[in-house]
Design a binder for this molecule. Structure first.
Ligand SMILES: Cc1cc2nc3c(=O)[nH]c(=O)nc-3n(C[C@H](O)[C@H](O)[C@H](O)COP(=O)(O)OP(=O)(O)OC[C@H]3O[C@@H](n4cnc5c(N)ncnc54)[C@H](O)[C@@H]3O)c2cc1C
Length: 468
């Protein structure tokens, strides 16, 4: 490895880099610079010294070498959706992988190789052309890279597992600028670490996934109820998932409905309870299996029907550029007291963008042993995400306080675990350790082996001792 050269100015290193790249190197003030540094959470407003728009592996190698040789902080941007904003860094070099958004499907082997700048919308578009899919994010704009490296869960997960469980191999540029492949047979420790250990080990340039036959029609939609029905909806969810087949995934929660004609007038701009239902099988089968849920209670709206998987995935698109704060946690069971707490805080939400959603962790998500991949959360549970989104910076404290207090009030019922993909930048130490669970101690030496000087540690979270 070439040691950092203190005499080489950072600007000099970046100017050399500009010569080596096929993609553009964007400097502050350049057209496109502000777009490239923008991430989904509008509270993150970081200004890299330069942004390399990488078109392929050669650009990534050049970027890694430039950062290493000139001691520049380095960050890697996939889809830019992580709430911490770790994809961009102040005064360093950001590698923007979004030009690498290719997806190549092999229908015969039912596999796909995916460039590290692709979004889930890109993947669903290409794979669904062959009636295939891999469990992925529920918003088409999320990056494949960040989501997969942190685990990744989607509508297909109870049946086909987490996104990282469907990873067959990954190509990665190391700190030395080498390109390596990680799979079950090659660099198997790294392969283990990449499935849940985040972007801590190098820059992944492509992912190879196992695909499954899905749709193109599935049975899915939303049941909407008055806000005060949330406890009844939660109980129905709890009871139903106990015996539901693996094709079913449910989410229950509370949100203010937009002023859109798809919703009945009586609930537009009102806080509603909802049950989002998905069946990963033949639509007529899904209609039958989900019928008991539709018949219980009195929904104000029932949009369950056979529909293309791709359009259901697209419907999950959220608006970017809002200020966001959130907390993720797991509950081993869903006791009445927890349901009451959820209802109490939902009713007390500070604004329309404050939501809570609960989803089951079941089926294929829990099949692997807790140490089969770096991703550790394999016990049946309920994942609860409390999230607030708003626009006025003057309301930051109010929204943060709601999320924190909600989280605190639920603590007696939680396992203490947290999803790495939903760790906020201010969650440090033991919370970060909890994201890796019992696999933390096995991950630390892999980190030391592949990134001894911590070039890839700009993950937005502060790792506890023993990591670097
Ligand atoms: C609206 C919304 C919906 C979501 N829905 C889901 C969901 O359905 N299921 C789910 O599991 N999660 C979901 N998430 C969480 C999501 O998984 C994480 O935000 C994930 O990190 C996003 O990946 P990204 O590539 O867009 O993120 P980025 O912010 O670009 O990257 C996240 C982290 O990964 C690193 N990284 C990115 N690319 C690479 C690479 N090629 N090599 C090495 N490191 C890299 C970055 O440096 C950063 O530390 C959602 C998030 C949002 C905002």
């Amino acid at each position: 490895m070439t040691p950092a050269d203190p005499n080489q100015s950072r600007d000099g290193a970046l100017e050399n880099l500009a010569q080596r790249l096929r993609g553009d190197l964007l400097w502050p003030g350049d057209p496109g610079y502000d777009d490239a540094r923008r991430v989904w959470n509008a509270r993150v407003d970081r200004e890299p010294a330069a942004i390399a728009r990488c078109t392929g592996v050669a650009d990534v190698v050049a970027g890694v070498e430039a950062a290493r040789e000139s001691d520049l902080p380095l960050s890697v941007k996939g889809g830019g959706h992580h709430v911490s904003g770790a994809a961009v860094c102040d005064d360093g070099l950001t590698l923007d992988l979004s030009p690498m958004d290719w997806v190549r499907v092999d229908p015969d082997t039912r596999t796909a190789r995916v460039g590290a700048g692709a979004t889930w919308g890109n993947v669903d578009h290409e794979t669904q052309a062959f009636g295939l899919a891999v469990p992925g994010g529920q918003d088409p704009n999320i990056g494949v890279a960040g989501l997969t490296l942190g685990g990744g869960v989607g509508w297909l997960s109870p049946k086909y597992g987490l996104t990282c469980d469907n990873l067959l191999s990954a190509d990665m540029v190391t700190v030395d600028g080498d390109l390596v492949r990680a799979s079950a047979d090659e660099n198997s420790d790294l392969f283990w670490a990449l499935r849940g250990g985040g972007g801590n080990f190098g820059v992944v340039t492509s992912f190879e996934f196992q695909l499954h036959g899905v749709g193109p029609e599935v049975f899915a939609g939303t049941l909407v109820y008055p806000g005060e029905d949330l406890p009844a909806v939660a109980r129905r969810y709890r009871e139903f998932i106990e015996t539901a087949p693996r094709e079913v995934r449910l989410l229950f929660g509370s949100m203010v409905l937009p002023d859109a004609s798809v919703y009945p007038e009586s609930v537009r701009e009102e806080r509603a309870a909802m049950l989002i239902c998905f069946y990963a099988g033949a639509p007529e089968e899904g209609r039958e299996v989900l019928a008991p849920l539709r018949e219980a209670g009195e929904p104000l709206m029932d949009s369950l029907r056979g529909r293309p998987y791709k359009s259901f995935q697209r419907a999950g698109a959220t608006e970017g550029s809002m200020r966001t704060y959130l907390h993720s946690q797991y509950l081993a069971t869903l006791p009445e007291e927890a349901i009451e707490t959820v209802q109490e805080y939902a009713e007390d939400a500070p604004s329309a963008g404050a939501t809570v959603f609960v989803s089951p962790w079941v089926g294929a998500e829990t099949d692997p042993a807790t140490d089969a991949t770096a991703y550790p959360h394999r016990n049946p549970a309920h994942h609860l995400l409390v999230e607030a989104r708003w626009t006025d910076p003057a309301r930051d404290d109010e929204h943060e306080a709601w999320v924190r207090e909600f989280h605190r009030a639920l603590r007696p019922y939680t396992t203490g675990d947290v999803e790495m993909n939903f760790l906020t930048a201010d969650e440090t130490g033991e919370r970060v350790r909890a994201a890796y669970g019992g696999n933390y101690d096995r991950l630390a030496p892999v980190k030391r082996e592949w990134d001894p000087d911590g070039l890839f540690s700009h993950t937005g979270t502060d790792h506890p001792d023993g990591w670097d």
